[in-house]
Design a protein around this ligand. Structure first.
Ligand SMILES: Nc1ncnc2c1ncn2[C@@H]1O[C@H](COP(=O)(O)OP(=O)(O)OP(=O)(O)O)[C@@H](O)[C@H]1O
Ligand SMILES: [Mg+2]
Length: 499
């Protein structure tokens, strides 16, 4: 370098240096052979900051230094991109840089270059985040649009549909009645009211889920015994000797543990009704005992031999073919005759498909109230779909299907998408449905019936808690003993069984 600078040259050098010091870019003068000859203020600050950060951090990773850029400069020189203004990218020490190279003409013909450097790590990170965000937004939007299109499609197809529910909402059937307007069901209802008033024994037959228990309830409700106890016994859930002593009672010493005489349900229920469900499952010994009740109107306690007169109306139900059982010798013919004095046979749902519309709207109404759903639309296509099914589980299956559909329905309509027949379930096991609350279960009954049901449960619960001690329970419930006994009798509750 000449020792003396002319004033003009000095002016140019100063101007250039001032410019370099205020530039926001990092400017480095690279000597191809010897390294970095000069750095502007921005570049110095940047590398000092990196050094400080490395010194403060626990990791002993060396910081990025200006010399680390020399290889990429050499590469660009070899690639001939100098002075083109083309920005190149490089990743060093986990940071991203954008750089440009320009030739610098020195005094001695050295290989000198301006390296203009920008740290674009943060900027690239932001761009990446933004694009990620856009992608997520895009997929959410695509999904929402698909959903909207689907509901629009359903809405459009529904506008052409007849709303079955609307037509049927005009009639409000009573809870506990048998829904259906088919000839079979109308005849059945007529028959129920006709026979209810007599004291005749009734045998209700029908496939599982056809409504046998519902019919038994209706008979008892419309009978003259509706204020008297009503006992339901499921014959196949109790073993034979238990069933016998439970129904007919026992004498003191009849078996080990029979410390005192105990009345059976036939005596306790005196004047009331007993519903023997699944009667087809009782053993020959029980069949004989049952025959005595039906023929003579009397029972003999287990371990005893004195007949006791009882006044009980029997309603029995079965889903097995009793005539076939009689032919096979599994069921006594004489008992069959006695039970079958009046036979109410409920046809399967597939033989009275006209009832499906009434039943469906009835169950929709029931479950939309329970699940607080705004279902106002039942398209004809849905009904057609339900009509095409054979309903092996009868009305119970239909009720389950509708309950599930109401629960799953997204909008104000039920469509085929929400219909899952019991037979569609994996291994034939229906999906468990949520419990219906106590109040919901009682809803639709008269206040009197609801209170009676509640009273019965309270008494049962308290008696169980007090291990069948009547005096203690009456005391606890603050009710006189005589009144309490009356209630026990009315509800057919036996305190002794709890001891
Ligand atoms: N015609 C009907 N109207 C309204 N609900 C009905 C009707 N028939 C049956 N149900 C309802 O269907 C369900 C099954 O009825 P229910 O328990 O009386 O049948 P079941 O013949 O006794 O069946 P299972 O042989 O399995 O004991 C009940 O919730 C009942 O209320
Ligand atoms: Mg039943």
């Amino acid at each position: 370098m000449p020792n003396e600078l002319t004033p003009d040259t000095k002016r140019l050098v100063d101007n250039q240096r001032n410019l370099l010091e205020v530039m926001p870019e990092m400017m480095l003068l690279v000597n191809g052979g010897r390294g970095i000859e000069y750095m502007n203020a921005q570049a110095k600050r940047f590398f000092e900051r990196l050094e400080r950060a490395a010194a403060e951090s626990a990791a002993d990773k060396p910081p990025l230094r200006p010399d680390d850029f020399l290889p990429c400069v050499e590469q660009s020189i070899a690639g001939g991109t100098i002075g083109s203004g083309q920005a190149l990218q490089i990743n060093l020490n986990g940071m991203q840089f954008e750089y440009t190279l320009a030739p610098f003409h020195g005094y001695k013909g050295d290989r000198l270059y301006w390296l203009s450097l920008r740290d674009v790590t943060q900027q690239n990170k932001h761009i990446e985040e933004l694009s990620h965000f856009h992608n997520s937004i895009e997929s959410i939007l695509t999904y929402k649009i698909k959903e909207l299109k689907e509901s629009e499609r359903v809405r459009k197809s529904l506008t052409n549909e007849l709303n079955i529910l609307k037509e049927h909402l005009k009639k409000k059937p009573e809870a506990g009645t048998m829904i259906g307007s088919s000839k079979a069901l109308t005849d059945l209802r007529d028959m129920i009211f006709q026979v209810a008033k007599t004291d005749a024994t009734i045998l209700i037959t029908g496939e599982s889920g056809t409504g046998k228990e519902l019919v038994a309830n209706m008979i008892r409700e419309s009978s003259n015994r509706n204020e008297k106890p009503f006992l339901k016994i499921n014959c196949n859930t109790i073993n034979d000797s238990l069933l016998e002593s439970d129904l007919f009672g026992y004498e003191k010493g009849a078996f080990t543990g029979a410390a005192s005489q105990r009345k059976g349900k036939f005596e306790v229920v005196d004047g009331g009704t007993i519903f023997l469900d699944e009667i087809g499952d009782i053993t020959p010994r029980m069949q004989a005992a049952m025959l005595r009740v039906l023929q003579e109107g009397e029972i003999i306690r287990v371990g005893g031999n004195t007949p006791v007169k009882v006044d009980v109306r029997i309603i029995a139900a079965t889903n097995v073919d009793l005539t076939a059982a009689v032919q096979k010798g599994a069921f006594r013919l004489d008992l069959f005759y006695r039970l079958n004095i009046i036979n109410i046979s409920i046809p399967p749902l597939r033989q009275r498909k006209e009832d499906i519309v009434d039943l469906t709207t009835f169950f929709v109404r029931k479950y939309r109230n329970i699940y607080k759903k705004e279902i106002t639309f039942l398209p004809q296509s849905l009904i057609d779909y339900l009509l095409s099914h054979d309903w092996p589980g009868n009305v119970r299956e239909l009720e389950n299907v509708i309950q599930r559909a109401v629960l799953m329905a997204k909008g104000n309509a039920i469509t085929e998408n929400e219909i899952i027949f019991d037979s569609m379930h994996p291994n034939g096991q229906p999906i468990a449905l949520p419990e219906v609350s106590y109040m919901d279960r009682l809803a639709g009954n008269s206040l009197k019936d609801m209170l009676a049901e509640l009273e019965k449960e309270i008494i049962n619960h308290s008696l169980e808690k007090n291990k069948g001690n009547v005096a203690q329970t009456a005391d606890e419930l603050k009710i006189g003993k005589t009144a309490f006994y009356d209630k026990l009798k009315r509800y057919g509750i036996s305190a002794k069984g709890l001891k």
